[in-house]
Design a protein around this ligand. Sequence first.
Ligand code: C5P
Length: 205
Amino acid sequence: MVIAVDGPAAAGKGTLARRLAADLGLPYLDTGLLYRATGRRVLDAGADPRDVVAAEAAARALAPSDVTRPDLRGPEADMAASAVAAIPAVRAALLEWQREFGRAHGAVLDGRDIGTVVFPKAPLKLFVTASAEQRAHRRWLELRGRGVTADLQAVLSELRARDAQDAGRAVAPLKPAADALTLDTTELDAEAAFQVARRLVAERL
Ligand code: C5P
């Protein structure tokens, strides 16, 4: 069984997908980490994350240790991930790996294109979203919790820029699959969102 959880940045996908996976006894994959680690490798090599050749090489060279690096979060890593993610050869390099992960034992995967491209036949697809202001506020709180002082307006513009880049790209853009169920978490905390998702799982699967 594969459950696809897609949506824009900081909508609560990761928290929800991780809890659903634990509840159902399924493995969980945060696919954003693959793009983040690829972007980070390109930056390490001193290249531009929009450089097609450097980005494809980085995606193909990805090792398990890359996705556990402590420097995969923050504005620079966010935008590098989004830049490499717009490159078709990078997506192609990461696609089979994600499919194998899901096929092995079933899984909950979160990302942008799980329901549209990676597992278009997944029996349950959630599109998790929330207002941009609410998402920025959550991201800002998360940063503060990690001791990072950020400006709320700057966080909001970065989220908007990244969503626009992710939704506007030609390959695997951020968008709900035709058969996805939208879960708007603007007014829901993590627990309430989980309860709604669990009900959908029980009804659908
Ligand atoms: O989910 P997260 O914010 O960690 O993803 C970082 C970036 O990776 C996104 O902004 C997006 O550009 C890219 N991504 C993607 N497809 C996925 C997961 C992430 O394009 N399935």
